[in-house]
Write a protein that binds this ligand. Structure first.
Ligand SMILES: [Zn+2]
Length: 170
C-alpha cells in the first residue's frame, strides 16, 4: 500500500526536489527489500506447515490403526465373554442335574470344602490328589483301596474329597 503510494508519487512527476526524490527512491528500495524478506519467510512458513501437515497425517493414520486394533480386541473379548457365559450356563444346568443325585450330607461336605479351599474335591489319579497335586504314600493308598466303593474318602494331605477312578493307581 505504502509502496504503491510512493511509486505513484514518484511516477507522477509531482516531486521535483532531487533530495525528496532520492529519499523516496531509498524508501522504495527499503520497502522492496522488506517485501523480499517477508516473501522468504513466508516460503519457510509454508514449508514448515507442509511438514507439520505430513506429520499430522502420519499420526492420524497411526491413530486409525490403533483404533482398528482396539475395536478388533474388543470384538474378540466380547466373543470370548459370550462363550464363557454360555459355558457357565451349561455348567450350571449340568450341576443342577448332578446335585439332585448327590446325597445331602456329601453335598454339604463338598460345599463346605469348596467354600474353604476353592475346590471341594479332587480326582485321585496315578496316586496323586489332583486338588493339591501331592502324591499319597503307600499306607494311605492301601487304606483308600480297602475302603468300600460308597465310602467318601478324603485326601490325607488337603482334606478334600478324593474321587477314585480307574486311573487312581490303587
Ligand atoms: Zn489333596
Amino acid at each position: 500500500m505504502r509502496r504503491q503510494r510512493d511509486e505513484q508519487r514518484l511516477n507522477s512527476g509531482a516531486i521535483s526536489n532531487p533530495k525528496d526524490l532520492e529519499s523516496l527512491q531509498r524508501e522504495l528500495a527499503a520497502l522492496d527489500r522488506r517485501i523480499a524478506t517477508l516473501e522468504d519467510e513466508e516460503l519457510v512458513v509454508m514449508e514448515d506447515l507442509e511438514q507439520a501437515q505430513a506429520v499430522l497425517a502420519d499420526v492420524m493414520h497411526d491413530v486409525d490403526e490403533v483404533e482398528a486394533a482396539l475395536r478388533q480386541a474388543r470384538e474378540t473379548r466380547d466373543a470370548a465373554l459370550a462363550e464363557i457365559e454360555q459355558d457357565v450356563s451349561v455348567a450350571t444346568l449340568d450341576r443342577g442335574a448332578l446335585v439332585e443325585r448327590v446325597p445331602g450330607d456329601l453335598l454339604g461336605l463338598y460345599d463346605k470344602l469348596r467354600a474353604q479351599y476353592g475346590a471341594g474335591a479332587g480326582a485321585l489319579r496315578a496316586r496323586r490328589c489332583e486338588a493339591c497335586r501331592l502324591e499319597l504314600n503307600g499306607a494311605d493308598l492301601r487304606e483308600i483301596a480297602a475302603a468300600p466303593d460308597d465310602e467318601v474318602v478324603r485326601c490325607p494331605e488337603c482334606s478334600r474329597i478324593l474321587v477314585r477312578t480307574s486311573e487312581s493307581g490303587l
